[in-house]
Ligand binder design. Structure first.
Ligand code: KG4
Ligand code: ZN
Length: 336
C-alpha cells in the first residue's frame, strides 16, 4: 500500500495552523501560530483582527509545516482545509490558500468540518481507537455529545441550548478578572480551591435529556459575584473557580455516562479545547473506570485548535473519496 500524505490547514478562529499527516494518524509536523496574546488586549477574539493576522502568517506557517516534515508540496497526496464552522473571514483565508495551493500543484482538495477535526484528534495518539464510540466535544464555540458511527459519520445526541462550555469558562474568568482565554486560568485557580465551597446549579434541560445549558450557571456565578461585591465581601477566586468548574464537569460527565449506558457504548472520547481541563479529564476517567469503559482523550496540544486533527479527518474523507471543487467556500454555520 502507498503512503498517503496530507497537508492540512486550519484558520477557523484565532490559531493559524498547518500540519503534515501521514496515513491519517502519524503527525510529521504540527505548526500553530497563536493570536491569543493579540486578542487578550481586547478580552476576546476580534474577528477582523483574526482575519488580517491569518493572512500575515499563513504562508510561513505552511512552509514551516512542510519543512519540519521534510516534505515539499509535490509529495502531498491531498490538501485538507477547515471550511466551517467558524468566523467567516478567518475561514476564508485558509480556504482560499488551500484552493490556490491545490490548483497550482494539481492536488486534490478536501474540505473538513472543524468538529470532525476535533473528534479525529483522538485517532492521533490512540492507534487502537476505531468507530463506533461516543464523543463529547467541548470547545469555545461548541458543546456536542455525538455518536461517531464510522469515519465521517455522526449522530448528534445532544448540544448546548445557549453558551458553549468553553464560552462559560471564558465569561466566568473575565468576571473575576482572570483574563482571556479563561479556561486554562480557571483550571489553574481551581487547583487551589474547594469545589464544594459554593453550591451552583446543575441545569436540567426540558425535552432532550442530552442537551446542555450553561447560561443559568453563568448567571448564578455572576449573581454570586455581584452579591459579594454589594455586601463588601471579598471573593475567594480559587473556591469560586473550583465550584464553577465542578458544576460544569458534573453535567458533562453525567450526560455522557447516561448516553453511554442508554446506547451501549463502552468507548468514550472527549475533544475540543475544554477537553484539556484537568477536572474534566479526572472526572471522566473516574466515571469510566467505575463503569468499566475505555476512556480516550487527546494531549492538550491536540485539544485546542490545530491542523494535525484536520489532517487526520481529511485523510479519512480522502480515502472515502471525498473531493472538494474549486467552488469550495467558507461556511460559518456548517452543520455536522
Ligand atoms: O477548541 P478550541 O481551541 O476552539 C474552538 O473551536 O472553540 O477551544 C477553545 C476553548 C476556550 O474557550 C478555552 O477557554 C477553552 O477551550 N479551554 C479550556 C482549557 N483550555 C482551553 N477550558 C477549560 N479548561 C482548560 N484547561
Ligand atoms: Zn476548535
Amino acid at each position: 500500500e502507498e503512503d498517503v500524505y496530507i497537508l492540512a490547514i486550519e484558520s477557523s478562529c484565532d490559531e493559524t495552523a498547518a500540519a503534515v499527516v501521514k496515513n491519517g494518524r502519524e503527525v510529521l509536523s504540527n505548526v500553530i501560530s497563536s493570536q491569543i496574546a493579540l486578542h487578550t488586549l481586547y478580552g476576546g477574539v476580534v474577528p477582523e483582527i483574526a482575519s488580517r493576522k491569518h493572512i500575515e502568517k499563513i504562508n510561513q506557517v505552511i512552509e514551516a509545516a512542510l519543512f519540519e516534515a521534510g516534505k515539499s508540496l509535490k509529495d502531498m497526496d491531498a490538501i485538507g482545509v477547515t471550511y466551517g464552522p467558524g468566523l467567516v473571514g478567518a475561514l476564508l483565508v485558509g480556504v482560499a490558500e488551500a484552493k490556490a495551493l491545490a490548483y497550482g500543484a494539481k492536488k486534490p482538495l478536501v474540505g473538513v468540518h472543524h468538529i470532525e477535526g476535533h473528534i479525529s484528534a483522538n485517532f492521533i495518539e490512540h492507534p487502537d481507537l476505531e468507530p463506533p464510540f461516543l464523543c463529547l466535544i467541548v470547545s469555545g464555540g461548541h458543546t456536542h455529545l455525538v455518536i461517531v458511527k464510522d469515519y465521517g459519520e455522526f449522530e448528534i445526541l445532544g448540544r448546548t441550548r445557549d453558551d458553549a462550555a468553553g464560552e462559560a469558562f471564558d465569561k466566568v474568568a473575565r468576571a473575576v478578572g482572570l483574563g482571556y482565554p479563561g479556561g486554562p486560568k480557571i483550571d489553574k485557580a481551581a487547583k487551589e480551591g474547594n469545589p464544594h465551597a459554593i453550591k451552583f446549579p446543575r441545569a436540567k434541560v426540558e425535552g432532550n435529556i442530552y442537551d446542555f445549558s450553561f447560561s443559568g450557571l453563568k448567571s448564578a456565578v455572576l449573581n454570586h459575584i455581584n452579591h459579594a461585591n454589594m455586601m463588601g465581601e471579598t471573593i475567594h477566586v480559587p473556591d469560586l473557580a473550583a465550584s464553577f468548574q465542578n458544576a460544569v464537569v458534573d453535567v458533562l460527565v453525567s450526560h455522557t455516562m447516561e448516553a453511554a449506558k442508554e446506547y451501549g457504548f463502552t468507548k468514550i472520547a472527549i475533544a475540543g479545547g475544554v477537553a484539556s481541563n484537568t477536572a474534566l479529564r479526572e472526572g471522566m476517567k473516574k466515571a469510566c473506570d467505575k463503569a468499566g469503559y475505555s476512556f480516550y482523550y487527546p494531549s492538550p496540544v491536540y485539544c485546542t485548535d490545530n491542523a494535525a486533527m484536520i489532517g487526520t479527518a481529511a485523510y479519512y474523507e480522502y480515502i472515502n473519496g471525498a473531493r472538494a471543487g474549486w467552488d469550495l467556500n467558507a461556511v460559518p454555520n456548517l452543520k455536522l
